[in-house]
Design a protein around this ligand. Structure first.
Ligand SMILES: [Zn+2]
Length: 234
């Protein structure tokens, strides 16, 4: 599978805006069989801003840009993206599917707004199943980063741990956890509530297909947003 544009992922139709490598160079294919997901933030305000940035710096493109209730694919899934730093002999772009989330990382605990959260949850639900990537937090790291004793934007303790095991454990990583990211040591997505995002993606992936619910129409998961609705009669 390479391009998924036109696919309807739980109500979000994937758009295509290819960002080829500079100079007409061919894509590098993944050499790893087991893939990981890596989440980034664009550190910009809009989808348009992100696409303009990647058009000017095509070698830094991810596979997807997500935000403003949109999912946009920039690179085929069987090819490597370029948003992670390569410090030879380490190339973490090999074997990772990368998602750029429109917005800014935060040092305090945060959850994306619905315009970002919902398409991100839909994309994760699809990719987890399609690419057989577990929707789990590597090493069960806590969302509040209480385990990290240094600043995030450095060769932090998660990175030091990960450089001994990468690309295991398979799961959904943040850029700030990927090892060998000198010299910028990007710290996206910061203290994001990844466990909440992944739980919603898991629920969405496991929801019954419309019309097959045995409960005769009052199925709480049929709302299409992947969240349990609360009883209204209390
Ligand atoms: Zn990043």
């Amino acid at each position: 599978m390479d391009w998924i544009d036109g696919k309807d992922l739980f109500g979000f139709v994937v758009e295509k805006n290819e960002i080829p490598r500079s100079g007409g160079r061919p894509y590098a294919q993944h050499t790893k069989v087991e893939l990981n997901l890596v989440l980034h933030t664009t550190e910009g305000p809009t989808v348009k801003n992100a696409l303009n940035t990647f058009a000017g710096e095509p070698n830094n493109a991810s596979h997807f840009v997500v935000g403003e209730s949109r999912i946009i694919q920039l690179r085929p899934l069987d090819a490597q993206a370029g948003a992670l730093a390569v410090n030879s002999p380490h190339n973490p772009n090999d074997g990772t599917i990368q998602i750029e989330n429109v917005g800014y990382s935060k040092e305090n605990l945060w959850l994306p707004e619905d315009g970002l959260l919902k398409p991100l949850v839909a994309l994760l639900a699809f990719l987890g199943a399609e690419l057989q990537i577990p929707l789990t937090v590597p090493n069960a790291w806590p969302d509040d980063c209480s385990d990290i004793k240094t600043i995030l934007a450095t060769n932090n303790t998660r990175r030091l741990q990960a450089e001994k095991t990468w690309p295991a454990p398979q799961g959904v990583w943040l850029h700030m956890e990927v090892p060998w990211q000198a010299k910028n040591w990007h710290w996206d997505m910061g203290r994001v509530r990844r466990s909440v995002i992944l739980q919603q993606a898991e629920e969405l992936a496991n929801q019954p297909v419309n019309g097959t619910s045995p409960s005769g129409g009052s199925d709480p998961l049929s709302g299409g947003d992947g969240q349990m609705s609360k009883p209204s009669n209390i």
